[in-house]
Design a protein around this ligand. Structure first.
Ligand code: COA
Length: 174
């Protein structure tokens, strides 16, 4: 169409992804169905102790979603809204799993909106099998479960392998 500007609508999906789970992948797939590009952005939450480094988390995301097009995987420091602006993003994607997520997400959304009114936050609900899934629960269960293969419902084979390697190294260094 003459005069039509081909503007790609970019969204940021931020998180700690320590590690990425199938619940995150569910949200990413919903995001790419709506937006032209989704930037999966690994941020730093000072309240959390990480099992994997930023580079390891990035590597796990890359290997877990090799077939999804229109994705960029990146890391960021500082304020999320500043990063979103730098990326030319119109939206921030967050997953909303249960009512317990609501208060925290509400607070974060309103703060981000106060910091930058031009960036909208949108929420996707994951499939019900991922509603109670968190990265922390995966890390905790993977330490104690006898048959780690049972975790394959919740993480990709690549992430499962990395979890096993990390736990083996931890046991050896004790
Ligand atoms: N499937 C599975 N798990 C999911 C999920 C889904 N669909 N959606 C959320 N989760 C889990 C995550 O695994 C994570 O679990 P964990 O607590 O065990 O690690 C938890 O729910 C939510 O954490 P996450 O989505 O990783 O975000 P966060 O609350 O740690 O925030 C940032 C991370 C980077 C987005 C946030 O700290 C940030 O914006 N930092 C930049 C600084 C800034 O701008 N601060 C002001 C914000 S108002």
């Amino acid at each position: 169409m003459p005069g039509k500007v081909d503007r790609k609508v970019v969204a940021i999906y931020p998180g700690t992804f320590d590690p990425i789970t199938n619940g995150h992948i569910d949200i990413i797939k919903r995001g790419v169905n709506i937006f032209d590009k989704v930037v999966v952005a690994i941020g730093h939450n000072p309240k959390k102790q990480h099992m994997f480094t930023l580079e390891e988390r990035k590597d796990m995301i890359r290997h877990s979603i090799p077939d999804i097009k229109n994705i960029e995987i990146d890391t960021f420091n500082g304020l999320l809204v500043d990063y979103a602006k730098k990326k030319g993003a119109a939206a921030i994607i967050r997953g909303l799993r249960a009512v317990s997520d609501f208060e925290y997400e509400f607070q974060m959304t309103l703060m981000n909106r106060t910091l930058d009114v031009t960036i909208e936050t949108v929420f996707f609900m994951p499939s019900e099998e991922f509603v109670y899934l968190t990265s922390s629960i995966i890390k905790e269960v993977s330490r104690y479960i006898d048959n780690k293969e049972n975790l394959i419902k919740f993480v990709t084979p690549y992430v499962l392998q990395k979890l096993k390697e990390r736990l083996k190294n931890e046991t050896q260094s004790c």
